[in-house]
Design a protein around this ligand. Structure first.
Ligand SMILES: Nc1ncnc2c1ncn2[C@@H]1O[C@H](COP(=O)(O)OP(=O)(O)O)[C@@H](O)[C@H]1O
Ligand SMILES: [Mg+2]
Length: 381
């Protein structure tokens, strides 16, 4: 898979820019703050409908504009697809694939990417939500239908939480009884969509754990690393020491847990049961990385997670070729072993996009097709 062309309109610092990427390695060079990450962020947005830097869309729109438009041509095997997004903050984005309007589930993963960026340190040291986002992004890349599983689940949690809050604040027995009977409907939805999401995450973990261990060994030989799912919302797993990989059993467990924590939910007015509370446990040696890893080990772990996702996605039958590998300003941070491991993967990938402040930051073998970035402009070297 490759991105052949990218057009940015009023996206971040660009009023209008067109970039024609080449197969193999593409390097974007320019001083700090000139707009390199903005370009790869746009590529990532076309891929996942989200930014690797910010949660909200507003900062993506050029200052004093009301809409940003991204157009891309992706080559998927023998076929080229035209992708277009109008980003409308506060309103739904308008999405098109080859000129026809589509829903987000049919848009995500038309272009497959793996981005490794300094922000990825948060995968190790940041909040559980950072690690959940990583899992769910790979989940969607691996099977795009999880995009709707995830958004259905998020909607249920939001609406159920609103209801719980209204129960907590309800005056009078009748109002409270009414709200509680409505809650049963949301319990069912939470169980169904929650189990679907949990099932997806557990299957993904099962596929990716070996790849993470292998990647870590290459990146930082000497210590072993592992990744495991950390269910936070089950006080009591019963006879299970770990979560079962069966959707019905997961539904049953969630349902039981909701009953157990009912009074807590009423008292707090929040949904405390479900995969929106879970985490991922990353281990280096025998120690949890979040609390113990050194700065260098964090980089190794973050890099290993991205390399593992890249390996996972390139092995999938329904994705033509490799995902586009994007390396945003990371080489200057890496030591020799990690640089060499990353460089080897980048060399072997179908298409790689690298950003760097100066070309000397990048291993010589990767100093290929260069683009020079000046404010608002991208020029072929
Ligand atoms: N919405 C926006 N409108 C205008 N300029 C923006 C917007 N968002 C970011 N910028 C500008 O883009 C620049 C940062 O670009 P970036 O791609 O992160 O730089 P780098 O080349 O270091 O990766 C900053 O100067 C910032 O002010
Ligand atoms: Mg940058």
């Amino acid at each position: 898979m490759q991105i052949l062309e990218l057009e940015l309109h009023n996206f971040r610092s660009y009023e209008l820019a067109t970039i024609r990427f080449e197969p193999g390695v593409n390097v974007l060079v320019g001083p700090n703050g000139v707009g390199k990450t903005n370009v790869v962020e746009a590529v990532g947005y076309v891929s996942t409908l989200g930014s690797h830097r910010v949660a909200a869309d507003l900062p993506l729109i050029r200052k004093d504009c009301d809409q940003a438009i991204l157009r891309a041509t992706a080559s998927r095997g023998q076929r080229n697809v035209g992708l277009e997004i109008a980003i409308n903050p506060g309103r739904a984005n308008r999405l098109q694939v080859s000129g026809s309007p589509v829903r987000s589930t049919d848009f995500v993963s038309q272009l497959q990417t793996v981005i490794f960026a300094p922000e990825d340190l948060a995968l190790v040291k940041g909040d559980p939500s950072d690690r959940r986002r990583f899992l769910d992004e790979v989940l969607v890349a691996r099977a795009p239908r999880y995009h709707s599983v995830k958004s259905d689940y998020d909607r249920v949690v939001r609406q159920r939480t609103t209801l719980l809050r209204s129960i907590a604040g309800a005056r009078g027995a009748t109002a409270r009884a009414g709200a509680e009977s409505t809650l049963a409907v949301w319990d069912d939805q939470l169980v169904t969509h929650g189990a679907a999401l949990l099932f997806g995450r557990l299957s993904l973990l099962n596929e990716i754990d070996g790849l993470v261990a292998t990647a870590y060994e290459q990146v930082a030989p000497g210590k072993s690393a592992s990744i495991a799912y950390l269910p936070r919302s089950f006080a009591d797993l019963g006879e299970h020491s770990t979560l079962p990989r069966d959707r019905n059993e997961l539904e049953e467990l969630l349902r039981k847990e909701i009953e157990i924590r009912r009074s807590e939910e009423f008292a707090r007015g929040v949904t405390v049961v479900g995969p929106h509370r879970d985490d991922v446990l990353l281990t280096i040696g025998d120690l949890p990385a979040k609390a113990y890893a050194s700065h260098g080990e964090c980089w190794s772990m973050a890099l290993s997670l991205r390399l593992a996702s890249f390996e996972l996605m390139r092995g999938l039958d329904d994705i033509p070729g490799d995902p586009v590998l994007i390396l945003d300003d990371v080489f200057a941070e890496l030591d020799t072993t990690r640089r060499a491991a990353l460089s080897q993967v980048a060399m072997g990938a179908e298409q790689t996009i690298i950003t760097a402040a100066v070309i000397e930051d990048i291993p010589t073998e990767l100093q290929a097709q260069q683009f020079f970035i000046t404010p608002g402009q991208v020029d072929r070297g």
